[in-house]
Design a protein around this ligand. Structure first.
Ligand SMILES: Nc1ncnc2c1ncn2[C@@H]1O[C@H](COP(=O)(O)OP(=O)(O)OP(=O)(O)O)[C@@H](O)[C@H]1O
Ligand SMILES: [Mg+2]
Length: 250
């Protein structure tokens, strides 16, 4: 129990459609994520993957249940939630959500300045991350002046600039070509090797095989879990995962 970093208990989400009609997307979900784990969430379109990620990170309000981060419930108020999220979580969105009027470096710094008083230290960290992600020559470019893969790497740098305890990524490679996809997944893999906790939503089998544990969602419920066997080759991992997913009705 000690190494559980994020835990949901009876998590429920209903979207209100009209005054007497609502849509229950997650009826009551329990999930435990251990520190250093690389967990992958899969499931058909509309099964609730993005909603679950938003609930776990406090980006969406819960209808019921609770999320515990390092044993403490996520604060109910928006301000407390934002403080917790900025300091402990990094979020990579499917669409990178960079601010168009800011350069890549400034986009990363905006996230850093919300948390840290020391601007020099934040800037050094942002510059270092851009180097690690291979976009060090693009500091002064605007998002529209770089490729989709470079935008996504910038959004990863933004997610990492405050050294989050948990990295959450919603289809981080969904809009990328195969070389950018491989690049982003290599970055996740090396972060994971250094102990980073990662929760990633993906529909891509090759991306999922970078993780350790697959959680399969159907109608907002976890129907099964699957452990990727670490000693297999990439092709074997992908073949076995596809077999498992097919049995789940994927
Ligand atoms: N604001 C909303 N109001 C009502 N229903 C919503 C709202 N947002 C999402 N939903 C519904 O909740 C369900 C789960 O949506 P979610 O975006 O979590 O699915 P997903 O598994 O991420 O799908 P995809 O693979 O297509 O991204 C869907 O049926 C969706 O229509
Ligand atoms: Mg989604």
């Amino acid at each position: 129990m000690d190494n559980v970093i994020l835990r949901s208990e009876n998590l429920r989400k209903e979207y209100r459609l009209s005054h007497d009609n609502s849509n229950c997307v997650i009826p009551g979900l329990g999930l435990e994520i251990r520190k250093g784990e690389f967990v992958v969430i899969m499931g058909n379109s509309g099964s609730g993957k993005s909603t679950l990620l938003y609930l776990l990170s406090g980006l969406e309000d819960l209808t019921g249940g609770q999320v515990y981060l390092k044993g403490n419930p996520i604060p109910a108020g928006q301000k407390g939630k934002a403080i917790m999220r900025r300091s402990l979580m990094g979020f990579v969105f499917q669409q990178h959500n960079l601010i168009p009027s800011l350069t890549l470096l400034e986009n990363i710094l905006v996230a850093a300045f919300l948390v840290h008083g020391d601007r020099k230290e934040s800037k050094d960290k942002a510059v270092r991350l851009m180097g690690d992600l291979g976009i060090e020559k693009l500091h002064d470019r605007y998002p529209a002046q770089v490729s989709g893969g470079e935008q996504q790497r910038c959004s990863i740098a933004r997610a990492l600039v405050n050294s989050p305890e948990i990295l959450l990524a919603d289809e981080p490679t969904g809009s990328l070509n195969s070389s950018s996809t491989a690049n982003v997944l290599q970055i996740f893999s090396s972060l994971h090797a250094k102990g980073q906790t990662i929760i990633m939503v993906t529909h891509a089998i090759e991306a999922a095989c970078y993780g350790e544990r697959i959680v399969y969602l159907r109608d907002g419920a976890i129907v099964d879990e699957y452990g990727i066997l670490p000693d297999l080759t990439r092709t074997e991992k992908e073949r076995d995962l596809l077999t498992w997913l097919t049995k789940k009705g994927w």
